[in-house]
Design a protein around this ligand. Structure first.
Ligand code: PBG
Length: 289
C-alpha cells in the first residue's frame, strides 16, 4: 500500500492529536506507511482578534479541506469541537475515536495556590464565560486567544487570575499537572464534541479507517452536533451539549445561549434524532416561556 498522508494544523496540540490517530492506525494496520503533513491555517495566523470577529471555526479547516480535495493529504485530524457543523459534502468524517475526558478545568498561574479574584479569568468561548459568571460571581471574565501554550504564557505572566481550558487538550500535551480544579459537567457543560477527535477523508479512502471509530464517541458526537445544528450554534454562540451512553441509552444535556438547560434520554440508535429533538424543544421553550 502507498503512503497515507495525515494533514494537521501545526500547533503542538494538533500534531499530538494526529500522532494519536496515527498510533491507532498502526495498531489496526501494522506496516502501514504514514506521513504527517502540517500546515498553518488562516485561524492560526490571525491572533489579534476573537474568532467571532474574523469569521469563525471554518478558518481552521479551509486549508485542510483544500489539501484533502487536491490530494496533497489523504486524511485530516481535527478536534471535533473546532469542526464546523456542516462539513464539505465530499469529505466525510469517517471516524470518531475514543473520547478523552470531556471536562473543562481551571488552571492557575505557575506557583499560585488559589484564585486571585481581583484578576480576570481568561477563557476563549462565550460558552465558558456564560457559565463562569455563575460559578464565580463578580469576577471579570476576559477573552484569551492563541494556542494552549500561548494562553498559559499569558496566564503565567500575570495577566489573568486563572484560565479555563479543556482537560483533553492539557492531558494530550502532558500538561495535566497544571490542572488546579476539574469542573463537573453539571457545573460547566462542555462544548459539543469536546474531547473527541474527528478523522476526515475523501470518499475514496480505505474502508478500514472506519475501524478507528469508537461507537460511544460516535453516538455522543452525532447527538451533540445535531443539537447545536438546530440551535444554529455558530462558533460565537455559547451553546453547549454533552451526551453520555448508559447501556443502550443515550442521555443528552443541552444548553442554549441564555444558559437554559434540558435533558433528553432515548435509544442510542437514534442519537442524531435525539439531538435534533432536544434542540427543537429548547427553541420552543424560548419562544413560549
Ligand atoms: N479551541 C481550541 C481547542 N480545541 C480543542 C481543544 C481541546 C481538545 C478537545 O476538546 O478535544 C482546545 C483547547 C481548549 O479548549 O482548551
Amino acid at each position: 500500500m502507498s503512503v497515507i498522508r495525515i494533514g494537521s494544523r501545526e500547533s503542538l496540540l494538533a500534531v499530538r492529536q494526529s500522532e494519536l490517530v496515527m498510533e491507532a492506525m498502526r495498531a489496526l494496520c501494522p506496516g502501514v506507511e504514514l506521513e504527517l503533513v502540517t500546515m498553518k491555517t488562516t485561524g492560526d495566523k490571525i491572533l489579534d482578534r476573537t474568532l467571532d470577529q474574523v469569521g469563525g471555526k471554518g478558518l481552521f479547516v479551509r486549508e485542510l479541506d483544500a489539501a484533502l480535495l487536491e490530494g496533497r493529504v489523504d486524511i485530516t485530524v481535527h478536534s471535533l469541537k473546532d469542526l464546523p457543523m456542516e462539513t464539505h459534502p465530499e469529505l466525510p468524517v469517517v471516524a470518531f475515536p475514543r473520547r478523552a475526558d470531556p471536562r473543562d478545568v481551571l488552571v492557575l498561574p505557575e506557583g499560585a495556590a488559589e484564585l486571585d479574584r481581583t484578576k480576570p479569568i481568561g477563557c476563549a468561548s462565550r460558552r465558558r464565560a456564560l457559565q463562569l459568571e455563575r460559578l464565580f460571581p463578580g469576577v471579570e471574565v476576559r477573552p484569551v486567544r492563541g494556542n494552549v501554550q500561548t494562553r498559559l504564557r499569558k496566564l503565567d505572566s500575570g495577566e489573568y487570575g486563572a484560565l479555563v481550558l479543556a482537560s483533553a487538550g492539557l492531558c494530550r500535551l502532558g500538561l495535566e499537572g497544571r490542572i488546579a480544579r476539574y469542573f463537573s459537567t453539571e457545573e460547566m457543560l462542555p462544548a459539543a464534541g469536546q474531547g473527541i477527535l474527528a478523522v476526515q477523508t475523501r470518499r475514496d479512502a480505505p474502508a478500514w479507517l472506519e475501524s478507528l471509530n469508537d461507537p460511544d464517541a460516535r453516538d455522543c458526537a452525532l447527538a451533540e452536533r445535531a443539537f447545536v445544528r438546530v440551535l444554529d450554534g455558530g462558533c460565537s454562540s455559547p451553546v453547549a451539549a454533552y451526551a453520555v451512553i448508559e447501556g443502550e441509552e443515550l442521555l443528552l444535556t443541552g444548553m442554549d445561549e441564555t444558559g437554559r438547560r434540558q435533558t433528553i434520554r432515548g435509544s442510542r440508535q437514534e442519537a442524531e434524532a435525539l439531538g435534533s429533538r432536544l434542540g427543537a424543544r429548547i427553541k420552543e421553550e424560548k419562544c413560549h416561556g
